[in-house]
Design a protein around this ligand. Structure first.
Ligand SMILES: [Zn+2]
Ligand SMILES: [Zn+2]
Length: 337
């Protein structure tokens, strides 16, 4: 038995809060075991467990529930904002520019007005060359609330993991067997993000670049194309190989890099020549692998184009019950960095 029903619970017809009401199928159990193994080095807090969940389309299903902390399990994070217009690339972060990941060093900050063809950019002191930044705990507050960006015009916003509260975590509730959507796929909204890499790092929804750049604020990313907010901790906006890669069962196929919030696997980006082969969600079915996604190349500010199946939840409370249908019905929460 996977869970225990106590005598008193039986007497009152109750089971413990985390026990799934329905028995799992062999396919669900096999997938659960596979995922536990894939996430064994992800810095998981507690043990992954199997829980009832209500998916975005209202389907009652069984999900794996995994809680991870604010930092990647396999690589350091940062640096982000350059300190002056002389700061070299290795002491600074990255940003998106023309669909590419570019180094956001001192020279990048110095040239912002030119790069964005907008004279309102002035993110450094013209006398000293110092970059204007908001960092530390306040930086994390600002990073967690893009609405405050308007109050920080021409600031480089920086939040580091060390300024977050120690119990910062996010809990991912992901269907064990994908429930394919009939008809149109679901666009990627801020909730619940896109997926989870095997180092415990969230693949987040696209960063709201218009909002950020429109306020002349930058929440720069590091060389792994990740940055930090106080809700999730460190998260990715692109994949450049910092994430653990698991060799696919087919030797000629790209490596497995994450699991999407709808339960399908996400593999590394395809080469240009192969990309015609995928649907609008960046997915395709292949012999032996079934339906799966390929991540977009870093710089596009997205991983996949949409969800082809009903998605689960990313929750701030490790014990909360996932009802993604409530979320889907209510419309997406405001975007955040
Ligand atoms: Zn493929
Ligand atoms: Zn972000």
């Amino acid at each position: 038995m996977r869970w225990t029903i106590t005598l008193s619970a039986l007497a009152f017809g109750l089971v413990t809060a985390t026990s799934p009401a329905a028995a799992q199928t062999a396919a669900q159990q096999a997938r659960f075991d596979q995922l536990v193994d894939l996430y064994k080095d992800a810095g998981v807090i507690g043990e992954p467990d199997m829980v009832d969940c209500t998916l975005s389309g209202g389907e009652q299903s069984l999900c794996i529930r995994i809680t991870t902390g604010p930092a990647p399990s396999n690589h350091p994070t940062g640096p982000y904002c350059p300190r002056s217009i002389d700061t070299p690339p290795e002491e600074a972060g990255t940003w998106f520019y023309n669909d590419e990941v570019v180094v956001a060093d001192g020279s990048f900050v110095e040239r912002l007005a030119v790069l964005f063809r907008d004279d309102a950019w002035q993110m450094f002191d013209p006398e000293t060359g110092d970059v204007i930044l908001v960092e530390g705990e306040l930086g994390c507050e600002v990073a967690g609330d893009p609405d405050s960006a308007a109050d920080y015009t021409n600031y480089c916003v920086e939040c580091e993991v060390k300024y977050l509260s120690e119990d910062t975590s996010e809990t991912y509730v992901i269907p064990l067997v994908p429930v394919r959507l009939e008809g149109e796929a679901t666009r990627i909204g801020p909730a619940p993000g896109v997926g989870l890499a095997f180092n415990g790092v969230k693949l987040d929804a696209p960063a709201p670049l218009d909002l950020i750049e429109g306020n002349h604020t930058l929440g720069l990313m590091d060389s792994c194309v990740g940055h930090v907010n106080p809700h999730t901790g460190y998260h990715y906006h692109g994949l450049v190989g910092c994430e653990p890669q698991v060799a696919a069962s087919d030797v000629d196929h790209e490596a497995l890099v994450a699991v999407a919030m709808d339960g399908y696997d996400i593999y590394a980006a395809l080469s240009d020549a192969e990309t015609t082969d995928v649907d609008v969600c960046n997915g395709h079915a292949e012999q032996g692998l079934g339906y799966h996604y390929h991540s977009d190349v870093a710089g596009t500010n997205q991983f996949i184009g949409c969800f082809a199946a009903q998605y689960g939840c990313a929750l701030g409370d490790p014990t909360a019950v996932c009802d993604a249908s409530a979320d889907a019905g209510r419309g997406p929460p405001p975007p955040r960095e």
